[in-house]
Design a protein around this ligand. Structure first.
Ligand SMILES: *Cc1c(COP(=O)(O)O)cnc(C)c1O
Length: 418
């Protein structure tokens, strides 16, 4: 624990310590989360937070950029090299602002834009109605096929050719299958649209060679840095040369003020880590673990959207288990298994009380868990969900307590990076 924080503000220091303990003792199955390395964490807690640097390297609105300019250039170069992109903007505050910048760079308010519907696996910022992107633009949305649970590329083509959107978003938050970037690119070309690939969830898999890259297919690529990429909370926009200027102008001065330089430093560290051969091993193991976990769940009667997974993420329709997503997620959390409830495609239930559960393997793989642990986790999930579906509440609580005990024991063998 940090002694300065403890001395100045024990209330916050205690909360941080409690969260550290909670993270150590739980099995984190939320697919958008991870654990950063001590080096990434250290970079976020530096004096770089004290500096304003509106603008870009060599073109700033504040003096004193002797250190920040090379820092941002290094982060940007590492991003370009890791992903093979022409251009990288490392300033977006997070994934949602990065997506807003893509709109600002490529469209005018009121223009037609296209993305995957939120309940089908898209993100709020891909034009969902409650989001600014759904209010300020004219969104059209595609989904997945009812029979396969996979993106309906015929629907994407028909919709794109009928609506001619300014931009088409591909990527999402609950897509368990490989995204076909070349197919999206061909449709975008036919429709005269710019293809934006939002790789927030899978950036680390792409960097590690465990998912095909959108570079060369999507003109603009947005991503968070804190999911599979295992960096600090932040975002980047990669683009081809033709869109570089528009992207930069959209981020600053279009949407943001000063970049968060301590975050830029931590992004640079994460990119350096992701360029090491060991990160490719990590990315491959994330996928291997997800496949094993999916198979073990399917063997226990769990209904997986699309039948399984190609990446880090598994979407479970709990309907056949006789339990809804929210009570299941809450019971699992009490057992030390952290998940999130989620809509499944064509969900008959409400978004705040949906049928599904979304899980993934990026965080547990970072802790070094492997295939044996995946089978154990599937068994625990089955025990908790089956107990919850039964009518005996006391018996269910006993199961949850016992699993919690066993989960705690497992987590002591796989420490969080520190
Ligand atoms: C997480 C995510 C975002 C948003 O990122 P925030 O940092 O939470 O704003 C955008 N798009 C996709 C596909 C995501 O998974």
């Amino acid at each position: 624990m940090n002694p300065d924080l403890q001395a100045t503000d024990p209330a916050i220091a205690d909360l941080v310590a409690a969260e550290e303990r909670r993270q150590a003792e739980t099995v984190k199955l939320i697919p958008s989360e991870n654990y950063v390395s001590p080096a990434v964490l250290a970079a976020t807690g530096t004096v770089l937070t004290n500096k304003y640097s509106e603008g870009y390297p060599g073109r700033r609105y504040y003096e004193g950029q002797q250190v920040i300019d090379p820092l941002e250039e290094l982060a940007s170069r590492r991003a370009r090299e890791l992903f093979g992109a022409d251009h990288a903007n490392v300033q977006p505050y997070s994934g949602s602002p990065a997506n807003l910048a893509a709109y600002m760079a490529l469209a005018e308010p009121g223009d037609t834009i296209m993305g995957m519907a939120l309940p089908m696996g898209g993100h709020l910022t891909h034009g969902w109605s409650v989001s600014a992107t759904g209010k300020w633009f004219n969104p059209v949305r595609y989904g997945v096929r009812r029979d396969t649970g996979r993106i309906d590329m015929d629907e994407v083509r028909e919709l794109a050719l009928a609506e001619r959107p300014k931009l088409i978003f591909c990527g999402g938050t609950a897509i368990p299958r490989t995204i076909d970037f070349p197919a999206f690119a061909e449709i975008a070309r036919e429709a005269g649209s710019v293809l934006v690939a939002d790789i927030a969830h899978i950036a680390g898999l792409i960097a590690g060679g465990a998912h095909p890259s959108p570079v060369g297919h999507a003109e603009v690529i947005t991503t968070t840095t804190h999911k599979t990429l295992r960096g600090p909370r932040g975002a980047m926009i990669l683009s081809d040369e033709a869109h570089a200027k528009a992207v930069d102008k959209a981020v600053f001065p279009g949407l943001q003020g000063g970049p968060h330089n301590h975050t830029t430093a931590a992004i640079a560290v994460a990119l350096h880590e992701a360029a090491q051969p060991s990160f490719a091993d990590y990315a491959a193991q994330v996928v291997r673990n997800a496949v094993v976990l999916a198979e073990a769940l399917a063997e226990r009667g769990f209904d997986l959207v699309s039948g399984g997974t190609d990446n880090h993420l598994i979407l479970i329709d709990l309907t056949p288990k006789g339990v809804a997503g929210k009570p299941a997620a809450k019971a699992l959390d009490r057992a030390g298994l952290e998940t999130n409830y989620n809509t499944v495609p064509y969900d008959p239930r409400k978004p705040f009380d949906p049928s599904g559960l979304r899980i993934g393997t990026p965080a547990i793989t970072t802790r070094g868990m492997g295939e044996a642990e995946m089978r154990q986790i599937a068994a625990w999930m089955d025990e908790v969900v089956t107990a919850l579906a039964g009518s005996d509440e006391d018996a269910a609580e006993k199961v949850i307590d016992r699993v919690h005990h066993e989960v705690r024991e497992l987590t002591t063998r796989f420490p969080v990076p520190a």
